[in-house]
Design a binder for this molecule. Structure first.
Ligand SMILES: NC(=O)c1ccc[n+]([C@@H]2O[C@H](COP(=O)([O-])OP(=O)(O)OC[C@H]3O[C@@H](n4cnc5c(N)ncnc54)[C@H](OP(=O)(O)O)[C@@H]3O)[C@@H](O)[C@H]2O)c1
Length: 330
């Protein structure tokens, strides 16, 4: 991907939720590119954010700000004086009690961005704001013009998609009202190596098959994308002046049976499920989608098999997954 490697010295950007799975890779990339980065975390002294201080360039150009999404002033302090903002912080959960954090947090970040007169805000949204619509015909190609149906998200208790949809809508509203240049990235499920020590929610998606805790796989499809590519996509839309609107970000879509098969081929030593929990209905088919808008900016994706391989290796290296007995050195 033609990301310009010229240093952008002097440009200050803020990354909210800097210690998270995606944000950590974004901070790493921004530091590598020469940006000065202000990362917001809830507690800069928490060990779970220690990996950020070890990134190349962090000593010279990374400062961590203590900020909570519900605390406007804490966000304002981190954002004031920045040229750009990457707003990634959000609860990644289906807990209905966390919905307000995602929405209010986004409004707070956008308001602080307007006050600081930033050049551009890049918001990490989700495919969950795009595809959750039961009334879409199977022939429709899901693209950036599609929006999830809020009532459907609510009725199916999909509080994560509900919160992200409301948050993204709020971001667009504030952007319009206050004249902010907003660009949105809508990734599908993100996998890949972890920089942080803990396991984030989307990586659990494959970890559960390797630990033996999932005895069967569901009859469902899911799109996947590598975390390093998601970070690159954020930078690409930030640095491309003509970038605008939303960008779906995905490498490929797999049925859960295909995912489990890839894992079994790569790591046959783990107790992977071989049966679908739904033996009655035909295999669910992927919906049609396009990622051409992001590709037209020059984006290239890591093949999903490589991404899955690196995810499992990372889980092993960080001690979250026992090494298969054949790999243990005696
Ligand atoms: N991973 C995926 O598959 C995926 C796909 C599409 C979109 N996304 C979006 O990508 C973004 C990052 O997700 P991720 O996968 O990297 O998850 P993650 O590792 O859980 O990161 C989420 C970050 O948000 C922070 N956060 C949550 N609530 C907060 C609050 N009230 N105040 C301040 N910070 C708060 C967390 O801080 P703490 O560590 O303090 O909790 C954490 O740093 C999210 O907006 C998510 O919706 C993720």
């Amino acid at each position: 991907m033609p990301i310009d490697t010229t240093a952008v010295s002097g440009e200050i950007v803020c990354v909210t939720g800097a210690g998270g799975f995606i944000a950590s890779w974004l901070v790493k990339l921004l530091l590598e590119k020469g940006y000065t980065v202000r990362g917001t975390v809830r507690n800069p002294d928490d060990q779970k954010n220690a990996h950020l201080r070890n990134l190349e360039g962090a000593k010279e150009r990374l400062s961590l700000f203590s900020a909570d999404l519900l605390d406007f002033e804490s966000l304002q302090a981190a954002i004031m004086g920045c040229h750009g903002i990457f707003h990634t912080a959000s609860p990644v959960t289906d807990d209905p009690d966390k919905v307000e954090q995602a929405i209010i947090g986004t409004k707070n970040v956008m308001t602080a961005a307007a006050e600081a007169n930033v050049r551009r805000v890049v918001f990490t949204s989700s495919i969950g704001t795009v595809y959750m619509n039961p009334n879409r015909s199977p022939d429709t190609v899901v693209d950036e013009s599609c929006w999830s149906d809020l009532e459907f998200c609510k009725n199916t208790k999909n509080w994560y998609c509900y919160a992200k949809t409301k948050a993204e809508q709020a971001a667009w509203e504030v952007a319009k009202e206050k004249g902010i240049d907003l660009v949105v990235v809508n990734p599908m499920l993100v996998l890949g190596p972890m920089l942080q020590e803990g396991v984030n929610a989307s990586v659990v998606h494959i970890m559960k098959y390797l630990t033996g805790s999932a005895k069967t796989y569901v009859n469902a499809v899911q799109g996947y994308v590598d975390v390093k590519d998601v970070a690159k996509a954020h930078l690409l839309v930030y640095e491309t002046p003509s970038a605008s609107g939303r960008y779906i970000c995905v490498e490929s879509m797999l049925h859960r049976g295909e995912l489990v098969e890839i894992l079994a081929n790569l790591f046959p030593q783990y107790p992977l499920p071989t049966k679908c929990s739904d033996e009655v209905n035909p295999r669910k088919k992927p919906y049609k989608y396009t990622v051409e808008k992001l590709k037209s900016l020059g984006m290239e994706f890591t093949p999903i098999k490589q991404c899955i391989y690196e995810t499992v290796k990372s889980l092993q290296e960080k001690g979250h997954l026992p090494l298969p007995t054949s790999q243990i050195q005696h």
